[in-house]
Design a protein around this ligand. Structure first.
Ligand code: PMP
Length: 381
């Protein structure tokens, strides 16, 4: 059998055998004690990972886009003014989702590779009565990481709820829900959690839950958190059949995070990001993202002159490493490399070696071990 390739796209990230084993376990009843125990534990662990003491956690079959819908549908009343902060591709999606549900969406878009300054958010909130501020934490197209703590503080002062898209951040970059005053974190399983895709994951603050409870209805059925709340509180109850195996796999992924330690995991993501960038810089690559807002979970890497995207990624894949191409206006100019989830140092060094060999194969520079050597100067301090 061919050796598995190392999947370093910005999600899905590689899934550890321990987590895959839960997928392969015999499917149990969705209302059985074993499933109830796993779901309860997954929800409790999730709240620890986002530092939410009160509030409610939800895990349902779907993906990040469903969690975006669930966040907006439950935290916003029809016609509410919603300020969406976009530093790339997925903020635009948040705006589109809001508009699809009849919300009054205003978008502030930063240049790609930068983030919206909190002062711009404060200025916008001073001009109109926004009920919601929605921001992408890490934009997966641009590799920029937004100042969520500052956004939430500004929103709180203006009396707006803060929704954070943590799909490319939660579990890899700090999101301190209670301390920062975040009202909704929406996320998915396939990136920093290192679990397989297939889940919409949300945590709502008490304020966000109160907002939903104050709405007579929402323009959704499956995505209505009040239909799911009884199941999340008591998984022996039924609303819609949960994806038993994916949820049990996710429970295992959250255990692995807590075994590593949440803060240690954030530190590892930060360290690996610096090591990857040191290695890539040593090879002559540069980065799309402004140095002031580089994300710890992925890098958006600009090719040196003369290196062609398709040929590069195809050759790299032959060497056992998969990275992603650029999205929208960056297509062909960059590749995107995820470094999130349960990656090991050995995997990173293997990838950097393969990247260097690929450049050498394409005649761009001789291989000399420079990438791994540069990464080690970061990893070994
Ligand atoms: N938000 C962000 C920041 C993402 O990176 C993605 C997926 N790449 C999404 C939302 C949408 O998630 P999904 O593809 O799981 O629907």
């Amino acid at each position: 059998m061919a050796r598995d390739k190392l999947l370093l796209i910005p999600g899905p990230s590689p899934v550890l055998p321990r987590i895959l084993d839960r997928l392969a376990a015999p499917t149990v009843s969705h209302v059985s004690p074993v499933m109830a125990a796993d779901l309860k534990e997954a929800l409790a662990n999730l709240k620890r990972i986002v530092f939410c003491e009160h509030g409610e956690a939800f895990v349902v079959a779907g993906a990040g886009t469903l969690s975006m819908e669930m966040a907006l549908v439950n935290a916003a009343a029809p016609g509410d003014r919603v300020l969406v902060l976009s530093q790339g591709y997925f903020g635009d999606r948040m705006a589109a989702v809001g508009r699809a549900f009849g919300l009054n969406v205003e978008l502030i878009q930063s240049p790609w590779g930068k983030v919206v300054p909190p002062s711009d958010v404060a200025a916008a909130l001073g001009k109109a009565d926004y009920k919601i501020v929605a921001a992408t934490h890490v934009d997966t197209a641009t590799g920029s990481c937004a100042p969520i703590e500052a956004y939430a503080a500004v929103a709180r002062r203006a009396g707006a709820l803060t929704i954070v898209d943590g799909v490319c951040a939660t579990g890899g970059v700090a999101e301190r829900m209670d301390a920062w005053g975040i009202d909704v974190i929406l996320t998915a399983a396939q990136k920093c959690f290192g679990a397989p895709p297939g889940l919409a994951i949300l945590v709502l603050s008490e304020r966000a839950m109160d907002k939903r409870k104050g709405l007579p209805s929402v323009p959704a059925y499956y995505a209505d958190v009040l239909r799911w709340l009884p199941v999340m509180n008591d998984p022996a109850k039924y609303f819609s059949t949960p994806c038993v195996n994916e949820i049990r796999a996710f429970a295992e992924a959250t255990r692995i995070i807590l075994e590593e330690g949440v803060e240690a995991r954030f530190r590892r993501h930060a360290l690996f990001a610096r090591a990857v960038r040191a290695g890539l810089s040593a090879l002559g690559f540069s980065f799309l993202t402004d140095p002031s807002c580089l994300a710890d979970t992925l890098s958006v890497v600009i090719y040196p002159a003369g290196v062609e995207d398709g040929a590069f990624r195809a050759r790299l894949s032959e060497k056992g490493v998969i990275v992603a191409g650029g999205l929208a206006q960056t297509a062909g100019r960059v590749f995107r490399m995820g470094h999130m989830g349960n990656l090991t140092r050995e995997q990173l060094e293997f990838a950097l070696g393969a990247l260097e060999e690929t450049l050498a194969d394409l005649g761009a520079r001789p291989a000399s071990g420079a990438a791994v050597a540069a990464a080690r100067t970061v990893l070994e301090v």
